[in-house]
Structures are given as C-alpha cells and as structure tokens.
Design a protein around this ligand. Structure first.
Ligand code: FCB
Length: 443
C-alpha cells in the first residue's frame, strides 16, 4: 500500500525548547516552571534537569545542518517564553529573541519550513508565582507574548501553533502533579484548562490582528478511548473519559461549548466562564495539530477520577510502556475529519522510545523504531486515501532529549544524543526516514 504522499507534504521532526536547548540560565533567560520543578528533588527521574539538555542553544547551526542532511522539509520547535520575556510580560530579553531570529533564518536558508509552538510547557516561573494557568491573567500575558512573537518573527515565520497539548498541562501538571508545576487539585486543573482555551484564543486573535501572513492552529494530544468490555458501565466510563481527554478540547474549539454531560458532572468545580470566553476558544483555526502516541482502555472504577480506570491496551509496548497501536492513528484522524470537519491536519508529533545504545560498530540500530514509524505512516497513507486532509508529519523527535518527568531515560530521537559528549549520532531510523522523505512516501 502507501505509495506516494501528496506533493508538498511536509516531512518534519519536532522538538521543544526545554527538552533540547539547555542554556537554562544564560543570556538573560528567566526561570521557567520546568527549571524549578526539575531542580526540586524527587520530581524527575535520576534528578535530571534541562540545564544542558542537548545544548541546542549553542549547537543550533549543527542541528540545522543535521536536519538538512536528513532532507527535512519542516521543523517544529517551541519558543521558551521566559527566554523572550523573563518575567512573562513586560521587559523583553533581546538576546533570547535573537536566538529564535537566528534559528529561523538558518532554517529558511536551509529551505526547511519552520513551525513554531508558542507554549510547550515552560511557563515563566514569575507567572507561576502569581498563580500560573489557574490564574486568568496568565492567558492575557500569553496573548501579549504571542503578539510580540508575531511582530518579531512573523515577517519570515508563517506557521504558528499556540499551545502544545493543553490536556497534559492541565491534567498532568495540575491534577496528577507529575509534571510542573506539580499540583494536585481538580479545581486548579479545570481553571488551567479553561484559561488555556482563552489563551489560545487570544493568540489567534492577536495573529489575525497582526495582519501577518501564514497560518495558526493548536496542537492537542488525542487518543482513541476504548471500553474495557461492552458492559453498560464500562461503555459509560469510556464515554466520560473521551469527553475529558478528547472532547474537553475539541468541543470548545470546534463547537463553542464544553461537552455537556461531563460539564454537568464537574460544574460545581469549574472556574468562572466569562462572557466571550467560548467565542475566543471557538475562532476558526487554519489547521489542527494532532499528537498521537497510544489509545486508552477504560473501565468503570468507582472512587477514581471520573469513576474510571484508564489503562494501556494489550499490544506490544515501547520502553515507556505505551502500547503500539497504529490503527488508533487512523481512527483519530478520520474522526477529526468526520466529526469536527477539520480541513487542514498536521500530525505534529508521533514517535516512540526504545532503549537504544551505540553498538560495537559505532552505529545505533533501532529496528523497532523503524517498524513503529512504518506502521504509523501506513495509517497516515490510509487516512489520506480516505480523504483526510493531512498536510504534514512531524516525527517526535529529531534527537534524544529531556523527556520531562522521565529525564534522559527515554530516548525518542531518530538521532542519538550522547549526553557525555553531546555528540549526535543518526540512528538507522534517521537514515530510513531520509529515504522516506526522498521518495515522498513509504518504500
Ligand atoms: C508529548 C510531548 C513531547 C514529548 C512526547 C514524548 O506528550 O508533547 O514533548 O515529551 O510526548
């Protein structure tokens, strides 16, 4: 199957600022919540921090060359908000802005289309000190920061993503407490979620007002939610969890309201929804960004969050324990086209962690990753054939990097990062991906 992808299809890789940049305290950068969190004992595996990470801040030119060698058509990176605005608003840090200016210029020079995510989780700590995302003011600050970025880079950079995975920010950061800022409060989680909707909307509005050319969208992590059995209560539990993980984002964005049933259950814990908030969330987007990693199996479990128990499926697992379930990719893509009428879809993240190592021959052989990518890209081809308007695919990730609470223990790169020397070694999967790009489709 598969064959060729559409002409102009963007084959890319994705990264995020805190995961690769390093230079965490250099050139006037402000502290982020991930700096604070990773330096708090017990929060990140092995006590790892992003202080140095892949040192991309200093090695970005080499990294762009690496991307060029792979033949990448696009590169999705994120801007570290506190690098640009150390306190989150107000005083601008020119040195920080210059870094992104130089990066964008280098990418354009290499004929790689830049896609910038404005928020990939590294909130300025100064804003966290004022309440972070549960405080509505953070949304306003985000809108202003976004406007600044359109102003500064928007003459050359034309692909913008407001937020990366707001579900993870709200739920894993504020309810589960596994990610920064590490809070465990349903009320804070719901307030964060709502203000993230408002923030994204303010950024979209600022983009339209800027008059800059290009396109803007949002990236969400979505997952097929399958009931553990066809018992009535498992079906209902799966539906509740679908409303939480998927529809809590999709419905406000595409329909202008939260999913009614779940809203009914959570109503007395919700933050204030001001007039106009849902209209902000519901503005037309130029594209939707989908991150896909796995499906979830849900059963009824009284006493747990939403009375649900959420598990991975029975299939093969990656090093992270995530089930490999390529069919779910097709399921989600077709759902977006069918139920939400998504007109332009970018696959902004997909990939896998395996326990890669340098072999005796000095190479990194990662056949499982190649198999994973092949299977997932076959589902992309299938979705294209079914008429889903997929415009590009950004593999997570260009290189091994700081995997949040798991530190450096999870290697997602198609390029191996030797953390001792910071040398980059393209894995077999990188060579394979270069061939896919070259032929614009699967072998
Ligand atoms: C996603 C994140 C990305 C990376 C991958 C593995 O949830 O957006 O930064 O950590 O997972």
């Amino acid at each position: 199957m598969a064959g060729e992808f559409p002409a102009g299809f963007i084959w890319g890789c994705a990264t995020a600022s805190y995961q690769i940049e390093g230079a965490a305290f250099e050139d006037g950068k402000g502290e982020s919540i991930w700096d604070r969190f990773s330096h708090t004992p017990g929060k990140v595996r092995n006590g790892d921090t992003g202080d140095v990470a892949c040192d991309h801040y200093h090695r970005y030119l080499d990294d762009v060359r690496l991307m060029q060698d792979l033949g990448l058509k696009g590169y999705r990176f994120s801007v570290a908000w506190p690098r640009v605005l150390p306190r989150g608003y107000g005083q601008i840090n020119r040195a920080g802005l210059d870094f992104y200016n130089r990066l964008v210029d280098a990418l354009l020079e290499a004929e790689i289309e830049p896609f910038a995510t404005l928020y990939h989780w590294d909130l300025p700590q100064a804003l966290q000190d004022r309440g972070g995302w549960p405080n509505r003011d953070t949304a306003k600050a985000f809108g202003e920061y976004a406007a600044l970025m359109f102003d500064e880079l928007g003459d050359r950079l034309t692909n913008w993503i407001t937020l990366n995975e707001p579900y993870v920010v709200a739920d894993i950061g504020h309810r589960q407490g596994i990610h920064a800022p590490g809070h465990q409060s349903v009320e804070e989680c719901l307030a964060a979620a709502h203000h993230l909707h408002v923030a994204s909307g303010l950024a979209v509005q600022a983009f339209r007002e800027s008059g800059r050319p290009g396109q803007i969208g949002i990236t969400c992590n979505l997952a097929p939610i399958h009931p553990a059995s066809d018992r009535e209560e498992d079906l209902a539990a799966a539906d509740r969890f679908d409303q939480w993980l998927n529809r809590w984002w999709l419905d406000p964005i595409y329909r202008g309201h939260y999913p009614q049933d779940l809203l009914g259950l959570l109503e007395n814990r919700m933050p204030e929804i001001e007039p106009g908030d849902l209209e902000l969330a519901h503005q037309p987007l130029d594209f939707f960004g989908l991150n896909y990693y796995f499906r979830q199996i849900v059963s009824h479990e009284p006493g747990e969050w939403l009375d649900t128990k959420v598990e991975f499926g029975p299939g093969p697992k990656t090093a992270f324990g995530w089930e490999v379930y390529p069919e779910g990719y097709y399921e989600i893509m077709t759902r977006l086209a069918r139920e939400y009428d998504v007109k332009n879809l970018y696959l902004t993240e997909n990939g896998c962690a395996y326990a890669d190592r340098i072999s005796e021959d000095g190479e990194v052989h990662d056949p499982e990753r190649i198999a994973y990518l092949e299977q997932h890209l076959a589902q992309v081809a299938r979705a294209l054939e079914a008429g889903v308007p997929v415009r590009g695919y950004f593999l997570w990730s260009l290189m091994d990097n700081f995997e949040w609470a798991m530190g450096y223990s999870m290697r997602f790169g198609i390029v191996y990062t030797d953390y001792e020397t910071l040398r980059r070694i393209p894995k077999d999967s990188a060579k394979w991906y270069a061939q896919v790009i070259e032929r614009n489709g699967l072998p």
